[in-house]
Each structure stands twice: as structure tokens, then as C-alpha cells.
Design a protein around this ligand. Sequence first.
Ligand code: C5P
Length: 228
Amino acid sequence: MTDAPLQTSLPPVLTIDGPSGSGKGTISRHVAQRLGWHYLDSGALYRAVGISASWNDIDLSDASALVRCTFDTVIDFREDDGGEPRVIVNGVDATDELRTETAGAAASAIAAIPEVRAALKDAQRAYRRPPGLVADGRDMGTVIFPDAAIKVFLTASAEERAERRHKQLSDKGVSVTLPGLLREILARDARDANRAVAPLRPADDAVRIDTTGLSIETVVERVLALMQ
Ligand code: C5P
């Protein structure tokens, strides 16, 4: 299933996978900060390719053009002066556009194309640098870093995930309806879980944490406790 070499000399990796809205991004960022490790938001790579395709009028059904677009897209993670993460796509700050449900849906569609996933594999593994990496996504523990020291799979009820996303978007002044968001989240879950390549599923050795009703701090502490 994997072609990753099992080398113990590589820097350690903690993988945090799960469906959209399960809190992966927030938890991973906090955990990485506490450990002083690097952080990879792998979903941002798929989202960046999705918006780069839309900027270039590439149809989401044109697999070969999307593969070319994946190789041509330059993605840079930075922090602004206030320490907030920004994602620069082909030289343009695309942070806000990346977080929209339209970008999420485009990412989910292109993420089902095996050649796009293959094209992003080495790029993701390149983030593994000392002193360690916290990587969040759908297949971090199953495909990209199968030798990760600790694997976590976060879940939460679909309703709570939709509510979290609703709050995130409302805070940014984006107006969306809760039932519409819930429908989009369920559709994306189904597509991510049922695709042929790297479907969303916990690694056999992943620790599952249901974050429904739990605070960010509680989940961060639970994840950190696994590192002991
Ligand atoms: O995590 P995020 O919601 O930003 O991911 C957007 C989409 O990118 C997901 O719905 C999924 O289809 C795809 N993705 C993936 N594998 C990853 C990360 C994201 O297929 N490792």
C-alpha cells in the first residue's frame, strides 16, 4: 500500500487525520506550537491547486490539465507580522479564498485524481524536517507518513462540524446557512471516504479521538499526552 521507506533516522512525525471540520487544523497548529515542531496543512496544498486551476479556467474534469497545474503551482506557507499563517499561491496571498467551501469542494474533486495525489506526495514528505513535523490531512497516517511515531484520527458529529465551520466563516463575515454547510460537509465526507485512492480512513494504528463537545485545550492535551 505504501512505498515509503521505513527509516528510524528520519525526524519524528505526528499525523492528525480526520474529516472536514473535525478540528484537525486548529489542534495540529497548537500541538506543533507546543512541541516546537513544523506544521503541514496538507489540505491547503489540494485547495491551492484547486484555486490555481480556477484562476486558469481549468475544468475540474480535465485530469491531465489538473496534473500539469499541480506541477506548475507554487505554494508558500508564511506568517504575517502578527504571526498569523498565510498561504501564498503563485505569488498571490490566497489565504481567505482557500478557506471557502468552494475551494474545499474543488480540492476534494481534484484530490480524487491519482496522478494529482502522486504529484503532491514528495512535496508533502519534504516538510519532514528536524526537530519534527505535525502533519494534518486525510491520508497522513495511511499513505504519506505510514511510519509516523504517533497517529491520531479526529472525529466529531457532522452537526458539530458544520456549526464550527459556520462560526469560522461568520467570524470572517462570510454568510452561509447552517443546513447548506451541513449538506456540503456530508457530500465532501462521502466523496473523501469513497474515492479509490487514499480514501479517508483511520490508519490501523491510529488513536481515535471524538472531539464532539470537547474544548480545543482538552484535545490538545490528549494529543500531547500520547507523546509521553
Ligand atoms: O483539510 P481540508 O478541508 O483543507 O482539505 C480539503 C480537501 O482536500 C479535502 O476534502 C480532501 O478531499 C482533500 N485532501 C486530501 N488529502 C489530504 C488533505 C486534503 O484528499 N491529505
